[in-house]
Design a protein. Structure first.
Lengths: 99, 576, 199
């Protein structure tokens, strides 16, 4: 991370913009819930908006967009195993089990 | 102005009890781990009495046990179950892993990479004490009114959910142990990535360091789901939730007053998501030790070092996607079991590559048959038997008959007991001179080895026969089942071997303590080895090296043509 | 370099480009991803296998949780501003932003307590059904992480801040790491909120 005061001031502007975006997306996701969509579209919309928010926090507040290779690599491996973990319930779902 | 005192200024309790030095912490882990291994062994020796002579009073010491454990010296089934659950838990989580990773890893990794210490010394110290507290909790649970956990080391609900209070203490103990492991794994990863000496690229690392590196990733990423599962089981037991309790459960004729709606399989999935990578945590440091002992005692490089490194990385990765081979009998579809059979078969490939590379490392070597080398060589066929007997378990068709029988117990003990633990013994004999400045007795060592290798096979080989005959595991008395009665006499043989095996450890215990006083004093490099730990004094001082070493070559430059000596240390600038 | 010779505490490693603590905290966060992943996985399994599952908005207080979401997001901004203030060498601004972060976190916990108290008053406990079981467990574990963050941040606001005078680079690095942890706590809530309250 650079220590140049000018760069930091630019980053501060970005942080404020990201904050506004996050606040807006929060309102958006609550509004979407009032649409009372069926379950699957509701899940997709909610997770999509949440992923956008998470991406903003991770990319800008946590500086992941400019982070070094070693950390990106560790996170990539983690994300892969996280996906495996999230597939775990699917493995237990009744359609994959003989009754 | 340095505010940190030099080590010789520190009071005793800060130098030896709450030390920040990785070597002291490594020794703490090592001693505590060995003590827990001994305790777990004693639990097994008690079990083996009941197995050999079901319902017979235990002579002499039977009266020392409380009425809740033994009545008139006859073991109660509840106590047998406690012994079983705690033997497994203690050996895996309090014995082998702390010794292999916390002990050997902590002590050797900074030395082998030329670092003054681990990246986070305070975190290192915390890891040890959190482990210690977890161990205290586990041991203390034996003294609860209804005793220790007794639902197997696997703690399957619904049984574990409704079990007595010992199970709650087990869960709390596990939270401590998992936390300790997590903190430790962060330390190892950062240390190995950041603190390698000048010139020590990744492919110049000793294989032991690679093994610890992959092991740390397994601990980092696989343990948290078990921590989550532990929290869920604690909630079920303490807050009355039904994460794992299905609806409509009836216990002893009475419907359980829980909300229901839970799923026992959820526990199994989360548990095995950790517990499968955990078995690679048990084996990888052992392979690392064997590689180091082999290179030193064959006076030649390890065969296929690059293949071994690629294999160990691939193995670590695959270990996350095989877990449901522990669950073939839960009613899963052919599609799902096919997936896990395929991944399980694939994971045997890197295992075989590692074992073959180690075996080929012996070919053409000038072998020194020292005690550490004997244990390390024995590791190969013993791990081979363990690995081969895993194949019928990893294939669903045969696993249907062998699951939860003694065949499984034989399989996993072969890999861990004459496998990993023999490698750990090799490590103790090999690095004792570095840690203490003295050599262990070769005579006592060889007695220890020859007795152990014979007796340990006597304990575990018959288990395959019992398993193939259909004898279930975790049985208090197999004579209750007609199909199991014919194999009962084998239990007597196994138990006698187990008790003699216990006695066979006495030369080892005498050797460890006695050599501190009588052992031949050594200099930096008594084995004439090449890796960096042998460049430091024996024992190394606080800070390990005077200056950051510089590394000029790979870790196994033995018998290099044109050199005067048959070893060329990594940090030696000039010819040798 | 510290007194015990450990390198790359304040200055990044020339090849990896990171300090030890930066790499360490990311490893820790990776393990936390797997921890909350295990719980989210449990949630999916329980919901998918349940014959019926209530709508979060019917049982839980969406307006309060929306407020809490905005509170936590704001605290993430103040946290990164605290770090930026140190980068601009403005220690008093750092103190103000850090104090704001801690206060917002306490507001979050207070709102959560109100929510929990309301549930308990109406006899809705973790043992009531699996929805409440996973709701209390997920938000409870998250709340414990918020509390942990409050403790760490308070340490860095008061006794820990003495390091700023001795080694400003190392202190700034510590605040960056504390920030990474704090943003992660925010991240978990960003998923928890819609999953539990809106679906």
């Amino acid at each position: 991370m650079t220590d140049n005061p000018e760069e930091i001031k630019k980053h501060v502007k970005v942080y404020i913009t990201v904050f506004a975006a996050l606040a807006f997306l929060t309102v958006l996701t609550v509004a979407a819930s009032y649409l009372k969509l069926p379950l699957v579209p509701a899940i997709l919309v909610a997770l999509f908006i949440a992923s956008l928010k998470a991406g903003l926090v991770a990319g800008f507040f946590m500086h992941l967009l400019s982070e070094k290779q070693v950390i990106i690599s560790i996170l990539a491996v983690t994300v892969f195993f996280f996906v495996v973990l999230m597939l775990l319930p699917a493995l237990s779902s009744s359609s994959l089990y003989v009754s | 102005m340095s505010e940190k005192q030099h080590s010789h200024d520190l009071p005793f309790w800060r130098k030896y009890i709450f030390s920040l030095d990785h070597k002291v912490i490594g020794i703490q882990y090592g001693i505590t781990g060995l003590l827990f291994l001994f305790f777990g062994f004693c639990l097994m020796m008690l079990m083996r009495w009941q197995l050999a002579y079901p319902g017979q009073p235990l002579p002499v010491i039977g009266n020392l046990f409380s009425e809740r454990m033994m009545v008139g010296g006859i073991m109660l089934p509840e106590f047998y179950n406690q012994l079983g659950a705690m033997h497994g838990t203690i050996m895996v989580f309090l014995g082998v892993v702390p010794l292999a990773v916390g002990g050997f890893g902590n002590y050797l990794v900074p030395l082998q990479i030329g670092a003054p210490d681990m990246a986070f010394p305070k975190l290192n110290m915390m890891s040890y004490w959190v482990y210690f507290l977890g161990g205290v909790a586990m041991i203390a649970s034996f003294f609860l009114p209804e005793g220790a956990a007794q639902s197997g080391w696997t703690s399957y609900p619904p049984l574990a959910n409704i079990a007595a209070s010992g199970q709650t203490v087990w869960l709390i103990g596990m939270v401590f142990l998992i936390t300790s492991s997590l903190l430790g794994s962060i330390n190892f990863i950062v240390t190995i990535v950041q603190l390698r000496a000048e010139g020590l690229s990744f492919f110049r690392l000793p294989f032991f360091v690679w093994a610890q590196f992959v092991t740390s990733f397994l601990l980092l990423l696989a343990f948290p789901p078990l921590e989550a599962a532990g929290v869920l089981q604690l909630m079920d037991r303490l807050a009355g939730t039904s994460f794992f309790m299905p609806s409509g459960l009836v216990v002893a004729g009475k419907a359980l007053e829980v909300s229901g709606g839970g799923n026992p399989l959820l526990w199994q999935h989360l548990f095995w998501f950790l517990a499968h990578p955990e078995v690679y945590v048990l084996i990888l440091p052992a392979m690392g030790i064997v590689a180091e002992v082999f290179a030193t005692n064959t006076r030649k490089p390890i065969y296929g070092y690059k293949s071994m490194v690629c294999s160990v990385i691939f193995l670590g990765f695959m270990s996350f996607i095989v877990w449901a081979h522990h669950m073939f009998l839960t009613g899963m579809s052919a599609k799902m079991s096919s997936f896990f059979q395929i991944t399980t078969m694939i994971i045997s490939i890197p295992s075989v590559i590692l074992l073959t590379a180690l075996a080929l490392s012996l070919w053409g070597g000038s072998i020194r048959f020292s005690t550490p080398m004997l244990f390390a060589i024995a590791f190969l066929p013993m791990f081979g038997i363990g690995g081969l007997t895993g194949l019928p378990l990893g294939l669903a068709a045969s696993d249907i008959h062998l699951h939860d029988t003694y065949y499984v117990i034989g399989h996993f003990h072969y890999v861990v007991a004459p496998g990993t633990i023999f490698a750990l013994f090799a490590g103790v004999y090999h690095w004792y001179p570095k840690v203490t400045g003295r050599k262990m007795s070769e005579i006592l060592g060889k007695i220890h080895f020859f007795l152990s290798i014979v007796l340990i096979n006597g304990v575990f080989m018959p288990m395959f026969i019992l398993g193939l005959a259909g004898v279930s595991r975790r049985l208090y008395d197999q004579m209750q089942f007609a199909h199991a009665q014919p194999t009962q006499p084998l239990n007597v043989f196994m138990s006698v071997c187990a008790w003699l095996l216990g006695l066979a450890q006495i030369p080892f215990i005498i050797n460890i303590f006695g050599s501190l006083i009588w052992g031949k004093k050594v200099d930096n490099n008594p084995w004439e080895a090449t890796t960096l730990e042998w460049a430091a004094p024996s024992p190394p001082p606080h800070g390990n090296f005077d200056a950051v070493p510089e590394v000029y070559r790979g870790p196994y430059e033995y018998s290099v043509p044109g050199q005067k000596h048959d070893f060329w240390p990594q940090n030696m600038a000039k010819e040798n | 370099m510290s007194d015990n010779g450990i390198r790359y505490i304040s200055k990044p490693h020339p090849v990896t480009g990171v300090t030890n603590s930066k790499l360490g905290i990311w490893c820790f966060l990776a393990s936390e991803v797997m921890l909350f992943g295990g719980l989210f996985s449990a949630y999916v399994l329980l919901r998918a296998s349940a014959p019926s599952w209530p709508h979060g908005s019917d049982l839980l207080n969406v307006p309060l949780a929306t407020l809490n979401t905005l509170v936590l997001i704001t605290s993430s901004v103040t946290m990164v501003m605290a770090w930026a203030s140190l980068a601009l060498k403005d220690f008093s601004k750092y103190k103000r932003y850090m104090a704001a972060t801690i206060l917002l976190a306490l507001v979050f916990l207070a709102v959560k307590s109100v929510e929990y108290a309301h549930k308990f008053e109406h006899h809705h406990f973790p043992s009531t059904n699996t929805f409440y079981a996973i709701y209390f467990t997920l938000t409870g574990l998250h709340g414990l992480h918020v509390l942990g963050g409050v403790v760490v941040n308070t340490y860095f606001l008061f006794p820990g801040s003495a390091l700023w005078k001795k080694d400003p680079e190392q202190f700034k690095g510590r605040i960056e790491c504390a920030g990474l942890y704090w943003h992660f706590v925010d991240l978990v809530w960003i998923f928890l909120f819609p999953v539990l309250y809106l679906l």
